[in-house]
Design a protein. Structure first.
Length: 276
């Protein structure tokens, strides 16, 4: 049975931030720590935020709900936009001077580097803070001779968790991929009357898939397994469990389910990468 998380059931909590600014988030869904496919889905609210140009050894997908998020030469995210940030690819600097609300999926990418869990991240950050400082996305530690060692904040955290230097995967994509779904056409699903979709893209050999779905009132949509669906608008039910706008629907590998729309429903589909 798919898992349904209604947004009002998850508290917004201010989190420790190794970048710059205030970070509040609702932790909606997590994967299995220690596996290549571990992931974290959060709805983040950032009154102000800054990070220098950097890269990761995991993938990210972002969906902008409110406000603007600027990524300098890479582009800007406005409400309704979607962006894919591949592992190994530099992006930013990023800034949010006027407030923003963003759905953020972070997950292990094709290189099998995995993804550090929130608990591991927070524990390592606290340990590092005992011996140095985090400022504007950089971790600084003093050497015995009074000199300084500067390192990207996430890189320092990852190395603390794993006990070895972080090796970044090669760039499959030279830049992040910014998408404006408004400029995609809705195409009807021939085998599912009342449902249509916008296919935004499929990425890497592990086949991360991004799409939007629209369901007319009274119609149904069969859901794909190993997937996350975020309700961008509308209300309906999965089986006997109801959902409303900004709910999350999760199907593990091998699970089946369908959405029935009680009113017009739009869904963002995040098809997780395959590692089998």
């Amino acid at each position: 049975m798919p898992k349904i998380i209604n947004i009002e059931d998850v508290l917004m909590v201010e989190r420790p931030n190794i970048r710059e600014g205030t970070l509040r988030s609702r932790r909606l869904l997590t994967g299995e720590p220690g596996t290549p496919g571990n992931f974290s889905l959060q709805l983040s609210s950032t009154p102000t935020y800054f990070s220098p140009r950097h890269r990761h050894n995991f993938d990210q997908v972002r969906y902008q709900l409110a406000g603007d998020f600027d990524f300098a030469a890479d582009g800007a995210m406005k409400p309704g936009s979607v962006a894919y940030f591949p592992e190994g690819t530099y992006y930013g600097p990023q800034s949010c001077p006027t407030g923003s609300e963003t759905l953020v999926l972070q997950f292990g990418g094709a290189s099998l580097s995995g993804y550090v869990s929130a608990e591991e991240h927070e524990r390592a950050s606290a340990e590092l803070a005992e011996h140095g400082t985090f400022a504007k996305g950089v971790y600084t530690r003093l050497k015995p001779d009074g000199g300084k060692i500067n390192k990207d904040a996430y890189e320092a955290v990852w190395e603390r968790v794993n006990g070895r230097p972080l090796e970044y995967p090669g760039q499959r994509y030279l830049r992040p991929v910014f998408m404006d779904p408004e400029n995609f056409d809705w195409l009807p699903l021939a085998d599912q009357p009342g449902a249509s979709w916008k296919h935004l893209g499929e990425f890497s050999e592990r086949r991360t898939r991004l799409s939007l779905y629209r369901i007319a009132p009274g119609a149904s949509l069969e859901l794909a397994d190993h997937s996350i669906y975020f309700v961008t608008s509308g209300a309906g039910a999965v089986g006997e469990v109801t959902f409303s706008s900004h709910a999350t629907i999760y199907l593990a590998p091998g699970e089946q389910g369908s959405v029935r729309a009680g009113e017009p429903v739009e869904l963002l589909h995040l098809g997780l990468p395959h590692f089998s």
